[in-house]
Design a binder for this molecule. Structure first.
Ligand code: MG
Length: 256
């Protein structure tokens, strides 16, 4: 009997320890792009091959309502929101790829379990944000990626976050701006936050507050060793970084 109690006590201690040591996951910011190009299909493949937990990418809607992967609102010399796709496809990324269509990007995304972190960029009209969301969901369904464990949504647009949380219950939706407390975000039905690390330095209590509310916590874009350490210590769930190799090294070093 004594033995059983000892075993039980050991199991409980190990469980508590595992809880404390909760894993911090790595999200590659715009893919693993060093040596290729940000937001390229090659950068997504590199993040998958590196074994990142997730890979983030940015989405804009063209003037003729096609979702493309790019960070800036201008590509080449062309404004994405007001130009047809044809005009944008004449330019290439640094690595020679054409600006990727979301559909092409997701075909690569479907090749591994690396979580696809879709950042939907704010549009100049709400109606366009509605179209952007619908087109994203359509492309995800087409590529059999509508599974809560496969994808996460992030946005600076509070409207997009609220709408995606409503349309996709059970999915991770994280708000990016950092101007609201976790409780305010949760009250609007949004399941997570993804704030700049400076916000968590100012409000370290927000990580625990979010967790106590059952929310997920991601942080952007953390590239310096000291900041990476600080965010791990705060207990964030994911670190979005341009340097997955350094982040992995620090996570492993802290586990020892
Ligand atoms: Mg982004």
């Amino acid at each position: 009997m004594k033995r059983i109690y000892a075993l039980l006590a050991l199991t409980l201690t190990l469980c508590a320890h595992a809880q404390e040591q909760k894993r911090t996951e790595i999200v590659a910011h715009r893919g693993l792009w060093k040596g290729s190009a940000q937001n390229s299909i090659a950068s997504l493949k590199a993040a998958q091959d590196f074994g990142c937990w997730g890979s983030e990418f940015d989405l804009h809607l063209t003037g003729d309502n096609v979702v493309v992967v790019n960070h800036d609102p201008i590509f080449g010399e062309t404004k994405i929101q007001t130009s047809p796709l044809e005009d944008l496809r004449q330019y290439t990324l640094k690595n020679g790829e054409k600006i990727p269509l979301l559909d092409e990007y997701l075909q690569q995304g479907a090749q591994s379990r690396c979580v696809l972190v879709l950042e939907l960029k704010p549009q100049y009209r709400k109606e366009r944000e509605d179209i952007l969301m619908e087109e994203c969901l359509k492309a995800l369904r087409k590529n059999n990626l509508m599974e809560p464990g496969r994808i996460a949504f992030i946005s600076f647009s509070y409207y997009i976050c609220k709408e995606l949380a409503r349309k996709c219950p059970g999915y991770t939706v994280q708000y990016l701006e950092g101007d609201k407390s976790p409780a305010e975000v949760k009250a609007d039905g949004i399941s997570g936050i993804d704030y700049h690390y400076s916000k968590f330095k100012k409000h370290p209590e927000w990580v625990k507050e979010a967790h106590d509310l059952g929310m997920s916590v991601n942080v952007w874009t953390v590239d310096k060793a000291d900041d990476i350490r600080r965010m791990i210590e705060l207990g964030v769930d994911q670190i979005t970084t341009n340097d997955p190799a350094l982040t992995r090294e620090i996570i492993q070093e802290k586990r020892k």
